[in-house]
Design a protein around this ligand. Structure first.
Ligand code: FAD
Length: 591
């Protein structure tokens, strides 16, 4: 129905030319072998899996959806999902970035993000099964005992089992402090877990032999609120001492949701009825433990925005090239044909360039953030690791919040390029719009990302990450001040980053005087920050293209994209500035 070609050229440009990933990664602890050849080869293989195995299952999987059998509490995934998961597991993709001690390949996180982009473009619904596993693996890597890691983590890394993250309950969404699931100690040191979780991705399916649920629950003596939550491992099948599967645990899917999109992803109601579970990490510290892996999960959801936007863009560009309709305003461009193609229309080019600008700048932001996570984990010294960690903390809400919101605009514009044909199911565009809608909601809504950025990263942490990032942009502007090829971008970027600083300072003062100002400004502040951040990466991409070995057409395309963005998108910051300054007084109480 739709096409998909792995965007390897732009991925490579972003990794190696724009971000200098090879020089950075090979200097990191354990990174001597992470040179360009290796990364290139892995990307290429991931591209094949995405194009040949995953992409063809995307639309049929949406049409078929998942099936739930009430009698057996089992879920059947759409045709082709099982085979794709088998190919994924056999290719070693489940353990790409996991530690070697657990059977992983310990490859850089940024490569994991780049390959994830490809798999998510191929089939977003399918990609949620390995994504949730990755989250569970991170949690067990960081907080599990050696025995827990051996028993539950290794089979996931080997691609034999999958994992879930069971947080949400009917009354506890953004506010997990409200959760009620209980954990009663058993005599043998295990716990009996009882409660209902909703919206659990990959809670039940037929892709793997076993499912390891990571469940947030309360111990009997737990204090109320978010400080009284502990984390438990609850396997679908209990595991015998030799690692073989034992009895069925009392953790069953009670239903699957009928959703607007990602229909191939099983979103389950999970009933835990005295299920056997094991405490992971410290009692009452479960939420904090979940937060240690939240950055990785949020970054991956940001990548979902990029992945959908990329595939939607490819299709709309292709369609605009082939669809003949009307004539150019200045006279026929293809007089030998019955009509010109859509590309001759400036308004169609506007829609395409909007997508291209967001796709390419989002890719740079996401890969940059992922590279910082590698430096944070394996940088040469403490100061380097700390600095990278501050950048990650600051950029995550932008990478998740803004990129997922922009995916709404990109998929909408991509559909619009098709005209009425975009509204028709078989053409595949409406699926991108529907699938994209979830990504601004799960893993923290946009409102929660905005509150995190302004409340925690700017105010609580006193803007340490902001100052570091704004300083980096300032240094970039200074370094290219005399560069004629960048003249059109450096002055507006410098002005925008200066205004960003002033706005941040003024806002911090207002919030101190009245805390309600935080909530009133947060989302507009998120948008403002996003538009300036993406402008920086587009200006950097022009500089990198000019310095690189790419051909003239590639360089011109990068310049065109940045020119479009600086003239037509960056001014959106002014609207958000006005909204921020309007303050809470313009959001009166609603009776
Ligand atoms: C398809 C799907 C898959 C999911 N997968 C999983 C999963 O695998 N595991 C899991 O545990 N959960 C999962 N979720 C749950 C998801 O993470 C929650 O839906 C999400 O966290 C929001 O919670 P809520 O739906 O209760 O919305 P609410 O928390 O009720 O929020 C409603 C609205 O109020 C706003 N709001 C709430 N609080 C604040 C605040 N403090 N400041 C500003 N605005 C606020 C929100 O931004 C939102 O717009 C999934 C959900 C869906 C739909």
């Amino acid at each position: 129905m739709t096409i998909y070609k792995a965007p390897l050229a732009d991925q490579r440009f972003t990794l190696f030319d724009l971000l200098g990933a090879e020089a950075i990664l090979t200097q990191l602890q354990g990174g001597a072998e992470h040179g360009r050849d290796l990364l290139d080869a892995v990307l290429e293989e991931a591209g094949k899996l995405a194009e040949q195995v995953l992409a063809p299952t995307n639309w049929p999987g949406d049409q078929e959806g998942c099936h739930y059998d009430k009698a057996t509490h089992t879920v059947t995934t759409p045709k082709g999902f099982k085979e794709a998961f088998k190919a994924f597991a056999e290719g070693g993709w489940a353990g790409l970035t996991a530690r070697e001690a657990f059977g992983g390949q310990a490859l850089p996180g940024v490569l994991g993000i780049a390959t994830t982009e490809l798999f998510q473009s191929g089939n977003l619904s399918w990609s949620l099964y390995p994504l949730l596993s990755e989250g569970a693996c991170h949690a067990m890597e960081l907080h599990g005992t050696e025995a827990q890691q051996h028993t539950y983590l290794k089979p996931i890394v080997e691609g034999r089992w999958t994992g879930t993250m069971c947080l949400t309950e009917p009354q506890a969404g953004s506010d997990l402090g409200l959760l009620k699931t209980r954990a009663e100690p058993n005599a043998d040191g295990s716990y009996a877990i009882s409660g209902t979780k909703i919206f659990i991705s990959a809670g039940e399916h037929d892709l793997a032999e076993n499912i390891v649920h990571l469940v947030l629950a309360r111990l009997p003596d737990a204090p109320a609120g978010s400080r009284g939550i502990s984390m438990f491992i609850v396997p679908k099948f209990k595991v015998n001492a030799d690692g073989s599967l034992g009895a069925r645990n009392s953790a069953y899917a009670g239903a699957i949701e009928h959703k607007m999109g990602i229909k191939g992803s099983a979103t389950c109601v999970m009933n835990f009825d005295g299920a056997e579970g094991f405490l992971i990490g410290q009692p009452h510290k479960g939420l904090a433990a979940m937060f240690t892996m939240m950055n990785a999960a949020r970054l991956s959801v940001g990548v979902q925005g990029l992945a959908l936007a990329e595939r939607a863009y490819q299709n709309s560009l292709n369609y605009a090239r082939e669809r003949l309709q009307g004539r150019a305003l200045s006279g026929a461009k293809f007089p030998d044909k019955p009509a010109d193609n859509l590309l001759v229309q400036p308004d169609v080019r506007r829609m395409l360039l909007t997508q291209r600008a967001f796709v390419e700048s989002s890719r740079a932001l996401l890969y940059y953030t992922a590279l910082q996570t590698d430096i944070e984990a394996r940088g040469a010294d403490e100061a380097t690791r700390k600095a990278a960690g501050e950048l990650v903390a600051f950029l995550i809400p932008i990478a998740k919040g803004v990129v997922t919101e922009l995916a709404q605009e990109c998929t909408k514009e991509a559909l619009q390029v098709y005209g009425g044909h975009g509204f028709i199911g078989e053409n595949g565009m409406e699926q991108f719009v529907r699938d994209a809608r979830i990504i601004t909601l799960y893993e923290g809504t946009t409102g929660i990302q905005a509150a995190d950025l302004l409340g925690r990263k700017i105010l609580q942490l006193q803007g340490v990450g902001f100052r570091r990032f704004a300083g980096e942009i300032g240094a970039f502007c200074k370094a290219h001040a005399g560069d004629a090829k960048l003249a059109a971008f450096i002055a507006p970027l410098g002005a925008a980053v200066k205004q960003w600083g002033e706005l941040t300072l003024a806002l911090a003062q207002r919030v101190q005087a009245s805390p309600e100002e935080l909530g009133a400004a947060a989302t507009d502040y998120l948008w403002y920050s996003g538009y300036v951040t993406l402008a920086y990466f587009l200006a950097r991409s022009v500089a990198a293209a000019e310095a690189g070995a790419q051909g003239d057409a590639f360089k011109q395309a990068k310049r065109d994209t940045a020119t479009f963005y600086f003239a037509r998108i960056l001014p959106r910051t002014l609207v958000h500035k006005a909204a921020i300054e309007a303050g809470v007084a313009t959001l009166p109480d609603i009776a």
